[in-house]
Write a protein that binds this ligand. Structure first.
Ligand code: HEM
Length: 423
């Protein structure tokens, strides 16, 4: 655990699984989301986004949202994600064989397509989806991972983010989303709405109070589904492709596993290698590198007094690479996921989706999406690293590469069977 104290803020970086469990699982109500992080995200997400709210309001929102993402719905959205994966394969197939491409751009495109198709039944090529996607792209690179000025509680007169440009892109994105929500509201009223995630969420009443989301509240939820659902998945997919480019033997195994897979939900259970590669990627490059909570009562952590208002920083990035919990933590080793030791490490020190009641709404969705798109891309293409273009991880809204992740992409052609051992 590390304590940091300045005139502006007092924070504790907690890297001990016993303490992360207290904060996230055992007493989450005593450690709500920090207002200081919310400040930087409100222009884009609005005040009522489930990502930022706390207490009774947050609990009600999860009661409405969670049913849309439960197991049975994943089976229903599988064909939609398959279509997105096929579209991603086609886009990459349209680039000249052997060209060097910015793979994180393709990953963002694919992840945004998944969100639009599953939420609003529209592909990324539709006008409104493309406009939102482009506005997000402008927004993303102009924002740091958090509003630093707000985090350290600087006096109000100190200039801080968001800049005018980020404010403008946030307003543009929210206007477009409002229009989509209004149109969907009208379709629901007319009985013509498609059976997708947006309709499910907008027609689900809170089982305790009977309340539905108002259109304004729904705009805040769509903004976070788009942000949380596309930025994170894109980051994970891009790093996964980079890692298999670094480790071609894993890439070939994953490609073989993906040959001939059927377009049906049950095919997923056969993608064990692809799934373990994706899990291992989330360990080494967790898209959300850190989370922040605020202490609302005096605490003692490891004999240190934690005052009210202290910021508690939880870092998947550090926990996932902690030598006490992981063997050779910096190595890329998808095989570790089949060992009993890894099960213990994962239980104590693996939280790419956070844990406890505030765990990521879309964790199951993201595992399906990541595994399937990875498998379909590896089935059809070979990815190779490019000399002099090693990506350097940086925290924007998620963990991205400073100058992008560039890989050489070649159509794979027939895949050789695994080498046979004789004797
Ligand atoms: C690889 C992909 C993903 C990763 C690594 C990821 C990770 C996370 C993490 C770590 C949190 C907790 C953040 C915090 O407490 O500060 C979170 C929350 C959330 N995620 Fe995800 N996420 C992913 C994909 C998705 C998808 C696909 C969706 C929706 C379609 C989604 C929706 C959300 C929402 C709504 C929350 C807020 C939950 C709450 O506060 O109650 N995420 N995610």
């Amino acid at each position: 655990m590390a304590e940091m104290r300045t005139p502006f803020f007092h924070s504790f970086m907690v890297n001990d699984p016993a303490l992360t469990k207290v904060v996230l699982k055992e007493r989450p109500d005593d450690f709500p989301k920090s207002d200081r992080i919310a400040a930087g995200l409100i222009p884009l997400l609005g005040r009522d986004s489930v990502f930022l709210t706390n207490g009774a309001q947050w609990k009600q929102q999860r009661r409405i949202i969670d049913p849309a993402f439960e197991g049975g719905r994943l089976r229903e959205i599988f064909p939609v994600i398959w279509e997105s994966a096929a579209a991603a394969v086609a886009r990459l197939g349209a680039t000249p064989a052997g060209s060097v491409v910015e793979i994180d751009h393709h990953a963002s495109h694919a992840a945004a397509d998944v969100i639009f198709r599953t939420l609003f039944s529209i592909p990324i090529e539709s006008d409104v989806a493309r406009e939102v996607f482009e506005a997000f792209r402008d927004h993303q690179r102009s924002r740091p991972v958090m509003n630093l000025g707000a985090f350290i509680n600087l006096p109000a007169w100190v200039p801080r983010f968001p800049s005018r440009k980020t404010g403008e892109t946030a307003r543009r994105i929210r206007r477009l989303i409002s229009k989509m929500v209004d149109e969907r509201q009208a379709q629901i009223a007319a009985g013509t709405a498609p059976d997708d995630l947006a309709t499910k969420i907008m027609t689900t009443a809170d089982p305790e109070t009977g309340a539905l989301f108002t259109p304004a509240e729904m705009v805040d939820q769509v903004a976070i589904f788009f942000l949380a659902g596309h930025e994170t998945s894109a980051s994970a997919l891009a790093w996964a492709l980079y890692l298999v480019a670094l480790y071609p033997e894993w890439q070939d195994q994953a490609a073989r596993e993906a040959q001939g897979m059927a377009a049906e939900f049950s095919a997923l259970s056969k993608l064990r290698i692809n799934r373990d590669i994706f899990r291992e990627t989330l360990r080494l490059y967790p898209p959300v590198p850190m989370m922040v909570r605020e202490a609302t009562a005096p605490e003692t952590f490891r004999d240190r007094a934690v005052p009210v208002g202290a910021q508690i920083v939880l870092s998947p990035w550090h926990l996932h690479r902690h030598t006490r919990f992981w063997q050779s933590p910096d190595d890329f080793d998808p095989a570790r996921w089949s060992t009993p030791e890894c099960r213990a490490s994962a239980r104590d020190a693996y939280m790419p989706f956070s844990e406890g009641p505030r765990v990521c709404v879309g964790a199951g969705f993201a595992m399906l999406e990541g595994t399937l798109i990875l498998a379909m891309l590896l089935r059809d293409f070979r990815f190779e690293v490019v000399e002099g273009r090693d990506p350097v991880p940086v925290a924007y809204m998620t963990v991205r590469a400073k100058d992008g992740i560039w890989l050489r992409v070649t159509p794979r052609g027939p895949v050789n069977p695994p080498a046979q051992t004789t004797g």
